[in-house]
Design a protein around this ligand. Structure first.
Ligand code: DC
Length: 244
Protein backbone atom coordinates (compact mmCIF):
# COMPACT_ATOMS: atom_id res chain seq x y z
CA UNK A 1 0.00 0.00 0.00
CA UNK A 2 1.43 3.39 -0.97
CA UNK A 3 2.22 5.83 1.85
CA UNK A 4 -0.55 8.25 0.97
CA UNK A 5 -3.16 5.44 1.14
CA UNK A 6 -2.17 4.80 4.74
CA UNK A 7 -2.52 8.53 5.36
CA UNK A 8 -6.04 8.48 3.87
CA UNK A 9 -7.10 5.65 6.16
CA UNK A 10 -5.75 7.37 9.25
CA UNK A 11 -7.16 10.81 8.40
CA UNK A 12 -10.49 9.66 7.06
CA UNK A 13 -12.71 11.37 9.65
CA UNK A 14 -12.77 15.09 9.05
CA UNK A 15 -15.61 17.48 8.39
CA UNK A 16 -16.20 20.73 6.59
CA UNK A 17 -19.56 22.34 7.27
CA UNK A 18 -21.32 24.82 4.98
CA UNK A 19 -24.43 26.61 6.22
CA UNK A 20 -26.48 29.38 4.71
CA UNK A 21 -29.92 30.40 3.48
CA UNK A 22 -31.79 28.94 0.50
CA UNK A 23 -30.05 29.41 -2.86
CA UNK A 24 -26.92 30.95 -1.37
CA UNK A 25 -24.96 28.62 -3.66
CA UNK A 26 -23.83 26.30 -0.87
CA UNK A 27 -24.97 23.08 -2.53
CA UNK A 28 -23.25 23.74 -5.87
CA UNK A 29 -20.01 24.86 -4.29
CA UNK A 30 -20.13 22.27 -1.51
CA UNK A 31 -20.41 19.53 -4.09
CA UNK A 32 -17.43 20.92 -6.02
CA UNK A 33 -15.40 21.31 -2.84
CA UNK A 34 -16.07 17.69 -1.86
CA UNK A 35 -15.06 16.54 -5.33
CA UNK A 36 -11.84 18.57 -5.27
CA UNK A 37 -10.88 17.19 -1.86
CA UNK A 38 -12.07 13.60 -2.35
CA UNK A 39 -14.57 13.92 0.52
CA UNK A 40 -18.11 12.54 0.69
CA UNK A 41 -20.83 15.16 0.13
CA UNK A 42 -24.12 15.41 1.99
CA UNK A 43 -26.72 18.09 1.35
CA UNK A 44 -28.88 17.78 4.48
CA UNK A 45 -31.72 19.85 2.96
CA UNK A 46 -32.48 16.76 0.91
CA UNK A 47 -33.41 14.88 4.09
CA UNK A 48 -35.93 17.50 5.25
CA UNK A 49 -37.28 17.55 1.71
CA UNK A 50 -37.68 13.76 1.79
CA UNK A 51 -39.79 13.94 4.96
CA UNK A 52 -41.90 16.69 3.35
CA UNK A 53 -42.39 14.69 0.15
CA UNK A 54 -43.63 11.60 2.00
CA UNK A 55 -45.99 13.81 4.05
CA UNK A 56 -47.51 15.35 0.90
CA UNK A 57 -47.65 12.04 -0.98
CA UNK A 58 -49.65 10.53 1.88
CA UNK A 59 -52.04 13.50 1.91
CA UNK A 60 -51.01 14.36 5.44
CA UNK A 61 -51.31 17.99 6.50
CA UNK A 62 -47.74 19.31 7.08
CA UNK A 63 -49.14 21.16 10.11
CA UNK A 64 -49.93 17.82 11.74
CA UNK A 65 -46.72 17.67 13.77
CA UNK A 66 -47.26 14.23 15.31
CA UNK A 67 -47.90 12.62 11.92
CA UNK A 68 -44.86 14.29 10.36
CA UNK A 69 -42.64 13.19 13.25
CA UNK A 70 -43.85 9.63 12.75
CA UNK A 71 -42.83 9.84 9.08
CA UNK A 72 -39.38 11.21 9.99
CA UNK A 73 -38.81 8.45 12.53
CA UNK A 74 -39.59 5.77 9.96
CA UNK A 75 -37.95 7.36 6.93
CA UNK A 76 -35.86 5.11 4.75
CA UNK A 77 -33.45 7.45 3.12
CA UNK A 78 -30.54 6.69 0.87
CA UNK A 79 -28.29 8.94 -1.15
CA UNK A 80 -25.63 7.80 -3.58
CA UNK A 81 -23.31 9.78 -5.84
CA UNK A 82 -23.75 9.72 -9.63
CA UNK A 83 -21.14 10.44 -12.25
CA UNK A 84 -22.24 11.36 -15.80
CA UNK A 85 -25.93 10.58 -15.18
CA UNK A 86 -27.95 11.45 -18.36
CA UNK A 87 -30.29 13.87 -16.52
CA UNK A 88 -27.42 15.78 -14.95
CA UNK A 89 -28.00 14.74 -11.32
CA UNK A 90 -24.99 14.56 -8.99
CA UNK A 91 -26.65 12.05 -6.72
CA UNK A 92 -29.68 9.79 -6.57
CA UNK A 93 -32.00 10.12 -3.59
CA UNK A 94 -34.10 7.11 -2.64
CA UNK A 95 -37.00 7.83 -0.32
CA UNK A 96 -38.69 4.73 1.10
CA UNK A 97 -37.08 2.78 -1.74
CA UNK A 98 -38.20 5.03 -4.62
CA UNK A 99 -36.17 7.44 -6.72
CA UNK A 100 -37.24 10.90 -5.51
CA UNK A 101 -34.25 12.90 -6.77
CA UNK A 102 -36.35 15.47 -8.65
CA UNK A 103 -39.67 15.21 -6.76
CA UNK A 104 -38.00 16.57 -3.62
CA UNK A 105 -37.41 19.82 -5.59
CA UNK A 106 -41.06 20.34 -6.55
CA UNK A 107 -42.87 23.60 -5.72
CA UNK A 108 -45.11 21.72 -3.24
CA UNK A 109 -42.07 20.55 -1.28
CA UNK A 110 -40.50 24.05 -1.46
CA UNK A 111 -43.68 25.48 0.04
CA UNK A 112 -43.91 23.10 2.98
CA UNK A 113 -40.36 22.11 3.88
CA UNK A 114 -39.73 24.99 6.29
CA UNK A 115 -42.72 24.03 8.45
CA UNK A 116 -41.69 20.36 8.45
CA UNK A 117 -38.11 21.24 9.37
CA UNK A 118 -39.21 23.46 12.25
CA UNK A 119 -40.42 20.47 14.32
CA UNK A 120 -37.84 19.67 17.04
CA UNK A 121 -38.45 15.91 16.92
CA UNK A 122 -37.99 15.87 13.13
CA UNK A 123 -34.72 17.78 13.56
CA UNK A 124 -33.50 15.45 16.31
CA UNK A 125 -33.96 12.44 14.06
CA UNK A 126 -32.31 14.10 11.04
CA UNK A 127 -29.38 15.27 13.19
CA UNK A 128 -28.93 11.74 14.51
CA UNK A 129 -28.77 10.40 10.93
CA UNK A 130 -26.40 13.18 9.86
CA UNK A 131 -23.97 12.47 12.71
CA UNK A 132 -24.10 8.80 11.87
CA UNK A 133 -23.28 9.67 8.25
CA UNK A 134 -20.29 11.82 9.27
CA UNK A 135 -18.76 9.24 11.59
CA UNK A 136 -15.68 7.70 10.04
CA UNK A 137 -15.86 9.81 6.87
CA UNK A 138 -14.17 12.79 5.36
CA UNK A 139 -17.29 14.77 4.61
CA UNK A 140 -18.51 18.12 3.33
CA UNK A 141 -21.93 18.60 4.93
CA UNK A 142 -24.26 21.37 3.81
CA UNK A 143 -27.33 22.78 5.57
CA UNK A 144 -28.55 25.37 8.06
CA UNK A 145 -27.34 24.12 11.44
CA UNK A 146 -24.38 21.90 10.58
CA UNK A 147 -21.68 24.11 12.12
CA UNK A 148 -23.83 25.19 15.06
CA UNK A 149 -25.62 21.96 16.06
CA UNK A 150 -24.86 18.86 14.00
CA UNK A 151 -21.04 18.99 13.96
CA UNK A 152 -20.03 21.79 16.34
CA UNK A 153 -16.45 20.45 16.56
CA UNK A 154 -15.84 20.52 12.80
CA UNK A 155 -12.35 21.86 12.06
CA UNK A 156 -13.60 24.14 9.28
CA UNK A 157 -16.97 25.86 8.98
CA UNK A 158 -18.31 28.14 6.28
CA UNK A 159 -21.39 30.33 6.23
CA UNK A 160 -22.46 31.43 2.74
CA UNK A 161 -24.79 34.34 2.22
CA UNK A 162 -26.15 36.53 -0.60
CA UNK A 163 -28.98 39.05 -0.95
CA UNK A 164 -32.48 37.59 -1.30
CA UNK A 165 -32.78 39.10 -4.82
CA UNK A 166 -29.61 37.42 -6.06
CA UNK A 167 -30.67 34.13 -4.53
CA UNK A 168 -34.10 34.39 -6.19
CA UNK A 169 -32.42 34.96 -9.57
CA UNK A 170 -30.31 31.84 -9.05
CA UNK A 171 -33.37 29.77 -8.12
CA UNK A 172 -35.24 31.13 -11.14
CA UNK A 173 -32.55 29.89 -13.49
CA UNK A 174 -32.67 26.45 -11.77
CA UNK A 175 -36.42 26.33 -12.32
CA UNK A 176 -36.12 27.34 -15.97
CA UNK A 177 -33.59 24.60 -16.60
CA UNK A 178 -36.12 22.10 -15.24
CA UNK A 179 -39.01 23.61 -17.25
CA UNK A 180 -40.99 25.23 -14.44
CA UNK A 181 -41.52 28.13 -16.86
CA UNK A 182 -44.56 29.53 -15.09
CA UNK A 183 -42.70 30.28 -11.90
CA UNK A 184 -42.08 34.00 -11.73
CA UNK A 185 -39.22 35.87 -10.12
CA UNK A 186 -41.48 37.69 -7.64
CA UNK A 187 -43.02 34.44 -6.51
CA UNK A 188 -39.61 32.83 -5.98
CA UNK A 189 -38.35 35.90 -4.15
CA UNK A 190 -41.38 35.84 -1.85
CA UNK A 191 -40.85 32.13 -1.21
CA UNK A 192 -37.16 32.66 -0.38
CA UNK A 193 -37.97 35.55 1.97
CA UNK A 194 -40.71 33.51 3.66
CA UNK A 195 -38.35 30.55 4.15
CA UNK A 196 -35.52 32.80 5.38
CA UNK A 197 -37.90 34.21 7.99
CA UNK A 198 -39.02 30.76 9.20
CA UNK A 199 -35.53 29.23 9.10
CA UNK A 200 -33.93 32.14 10.99
CA UNK A 201 -36.61 32.66 13.61
CA UNK A 202 -37.50 29.09 14.60
CA UNK A 203 -36.85 28.27 18.25
CA UNK A 204 -34.93 25.06 17.58
CA UNK A 205 -31.59 25.36 15.71
CA UNK A 206 -32.28 28.61 13.84
CA UNK A 207 -30.20 29.49 10.79
CA UNK A 208 -27.20 31.56 11.89
CA UNK A 209 -23.44 31.49 11.39
CA UNK A 210 -21.41 29.50 13.93
CA UNK A 211 -19.17 31.82 15.97
CA UNK A 212 -16.09 30.29 14.37
CA UNK A 213 -17.46 30.17 10.80
CA UNK A 214 -15.74 31.77 7.81
CA UNK A 215 -18.50 33.97 6.37
CA UNK A 216 -18.54 34.35 2.58
CA UNK A 217 -20.87 36.81 0.84
CA UNK A 218 -21.40 35.22 -2.57
CA UNK A 219 -23.49 38.06 -4.07
CA UNK A 220 -20.60 39.30 -6.20
CA UNK A 221 -18.74 36.01 -6.57
CA UNK A 222 -18.92 33.27 -9.20
CA UNK A 223 -19.08 29.67 -7.91
CA UNK A 224 -15.41 29.37 -8.90
CA UNK A 225 -14.52 32.45 -6.86
CA UNK A 226 -16.25 30.96 -3.81
CA UNK A 227 -14.52 27.63 -4.34
CA UNK A 228 -11.10 29.33 -4.50
CA UNK A 229 -11.81 31.18 -1.25
CA UNK A 230 -12.81 27.92 0.44
CA UNK A 231 -9.77 26.03 -0.82
CA UNK A 232 -7.54 28.75 0.67
CA UNK A 233 -9.16 28.15 4.07
CA UNK A 234 -8.77 24.38 3.68
CA UNK A 235 -5.07 24.87 3.08
CA UNK A 236 -4.68 27.36 5.92
CA UNK A 237 -6.28 24.90 8.38
CA UNK A 238 -4.14 22.05 7.08
CA UNK A 239 -7.06 19.77 6.21
CA UNK A 240 -6.09 16.80 4.03
CA UNK A 241 -6.77 16.68 0.31
CA UNK A 242 -7.65 13.04 -0.28
CA UNK A 243 -7.98 13.49 -4.04
CA UNK A 244 -4.45 14.79 -4.49
O1 DC B 1 -31.18 23.79 1.43
P1 DC B 1 -32.62 23.46 1.02
O2 DC B 1 -33.34 24.62 0.40
O3 DC B 1 -32.71 22.24 0.19
O4 DC B 1 -33.35 23.13 2.40
C1 DC B 1 -34.70 22.81 2.47
C2 DC B 1 -35.27 23.21 3.81
O5 DC B 1 -34.76 22.36 4.83
C3 DC B 1 -34.99 24.63 4.25
O6 DC B 1 -36.15 25.43 4.15
C4 DC B 1 -34.56 24.55 5.67
C5 DC B 1 -34.44 23.10 5.97
N1 DC B 1 -33.12 22.69 6.43
C6 DC B 1 -32.87 22.78 7.77
O7 DC B 1 -33.72 23.26 8.52
N2 DC B 1 -31.70 22.31 8.27
C7 DC B 1 -30.77 21.80 7.46
N3 DC B 1 -29.62 21.34 7.99
C8 DC B 1 -31.00 21.73 6.07
C9 DC B 1 -32.19 22.21 5.58
Amino acid sequence: MAGHDVFKLIMIETTITIDGPAASGKTTVGYQLAEKLGYVFLDTGVMYRAVTLVTLNRDIDPNNEAAVVEIANNLQFDISPEVDHPDGRHYTVLVNGEDATWQIRSPGVNENVSVVSSYPAVRDEMVRLQREFAAGHAVVMVGRDIGTVVLPNAPLKFYMDATAEIRALRRLSDHLVRNYNSVEFEKILADIERRDAIDSSRAHSPLKPAEDAVVIDTSQLTPNGVLETMLESVEERGLPNLAA
